[in-house]
Design a protein around this ligand. Structure first.
Ligand SMILES: [Fe+2]
Length: 283
């Protein structure tokens, strides 16, 4: 059995200090095997924000891995943004933006979906780059086959059921297909400051004897903003994820203004999303 506390979108500089302090206590009370942070540690990638984020994360007892979000590269210094976008990340958080953590039950790998910019005005969207995806698939392939595989990325791979037009990481749909085929069972992400769970149902695999093997389902788990005051309707929240006997259970927790309390478990999505991903892959 393994427990992962999935936190996201901390946005140091715009934090609720009471929620932040209480979350350290909450996470340290029964430390998880791993804390996974799905990006946006800072508001504007300023060094003082990074220092505050690193100090806060440094107080957690559990091991921690993190991937950057779109807020974690500077918008103030264009040269730095294009030439060395993750220099501050490396200086304050970790030497890599796509870390790997594994033990004898699970493997958790980061995927960096942040883009430096492009020929369009909105640079907050993310992308699953071709090179990054191939590298990730190679790393997944090299893992022992019995490990429960988890990917952490900032930008979302599936939209909330009631808002299907929500922008996703570019190339998310074909990436989802390939990650499912590579045995990934969970994708943990953030960006939207909304908590929800979607299921990418495993497609029918090759036939073995009389039976057709079914790929296992891949669960896309979104976390709300853990401690930021930049809320978009949902309260501050994080996900406690319990992985046991080859399945994952999500136990979201929310900040009610004075305490971290259990939230209702996410409703299981009913529809098949494989068709949608296949459509995206064909586009
Ligand atoms: Fe964010």
């Amino acid at each position: 059995m393994r427990v992962i506390d999935h936190i996201s979108d901390l946005h140091f500089d715009r934090i609720d200090a009471l929620a932040a302090e209480a979350l350290v206590t909450e996470l340290n009370d029964h430390p998880a095997h791993l804390v996974a942070v799905s990006g946006d540690l800072t508001m504007r990638a300023r060094n003082r924000e990074y220092r505050a984020a690193a100090a806060w994360l440094g107080r957690l007892k559990a091991p921690m891995i993190a991937v950057p979000g779109n807020h974690d590269i500077t918008a103030f210094y264009p040269w730095e943004r294009f030439m060395d976008p993750f220099g501050r990340w490396r200086a304050h958080v970790a030497p890599e933006t796509e870390p790997l953590w594994q033990d004898d039950e699970i493997a958790v790998i980061g995927l960096n979906t942040v883009i430096r910019g492009g020929l369009h005005l909105s640079w907050e969207g993310g992308r699953v780059g071709k090179h990054g995806l191939e590298k990730l698939l190679e790393r997944l392939e090299a893992l022992p086959s019995n490990l429960f595989r988890i990917v952490v990325a900032h930008h979302p791979f599936l939209a909330p059921e009631e808002q299907p037009e929500t922008p996703l990481a570019k190339h998310a749909a074909p990436a989802l297909e390939r990650l499912a085929k590579a045995g990934v069972r969970l994708i943990l992400s953030g960006h939207l400051h909304r908590e929800y769970v979607r299921l990418h149902r495993g497609a029918a695999g090759p036939r073995t004897g009389l039976l057709r093997r079914q790929q296992p389902d891949l669960m896309v788990v979104q976390a709300g903003s853990a401690i930021s005051t930049r809320l978009r309707g949902d309260p501050n929240a994080f996900n406690r994820i319990i992985i046991e006997q080859g399945t994952a259970r999500i136990e979201p927790r929310r900040w009610n203004g004075t305490a971290w309390v259990p939230a209702p478990a996410p409703a299981w999505p009913q529809e098949r999303v494989t068709d949608m991903a296949a459509r995206g892959a064909a586009e």
